[in-house]
Design a protein around this ligand. Structure first.
Ligand SMILES: [Zn+2]
Length: 113
């Protein structure tokens, strides 16, 4: 599969997944560091856990279909098995709700013209 076939690439939303990954790795690193410290770091541990959860919320809310407005990442998170959702999201070729492709849209626009 080429990058131009991927729905995330075509809709220019890969940067949203990158922010999610940076957040997850960053907060995961802070969490790992906090857990290696003494019990006084409970506040930081809670903060890092909340940050990691916020990264998931960001991904679920921000990745949307420009055609139908569906929250595509949220749909994938809910329906795909836990060990497959990320692969399924990055390999999407169409929106799971409206199954629109940019090529279809251009074709329809050409027909209307
Ligand atoms: Zn859609």
């Amino acid at each position: 599969m080429t990058d131009s076939q991927r729905w995330l690439q075509r809709t220019r939303q890969t940067w949203k997944v990158t922010i999610y990954l940076v957040g997850l790795v960053g907060f995961g690193g802070v969490l790992t560091y906090c857990l290696s410290l003494s019990p006084e770091s409970v506040g930081w541990t809670i903060l890092a856990t909340a940050g990691g959860m916020l990264s998931f919320v960001w991904l679920a809310v921000s990745v949307r279909c420009p055609e139908c407005g569906a929250r595509v990442a949220w749909f994938i998170l809910r329906t795909a098995p836990a060990n497959q959702w990320r692969t399924r999201l990055t390999n999407l070729t169409d929106c799971p709700r409206c199954e629109s492709t940019r090529a279809d849209t251009l074709f329809r626009a050409f027909q209307d013209f």
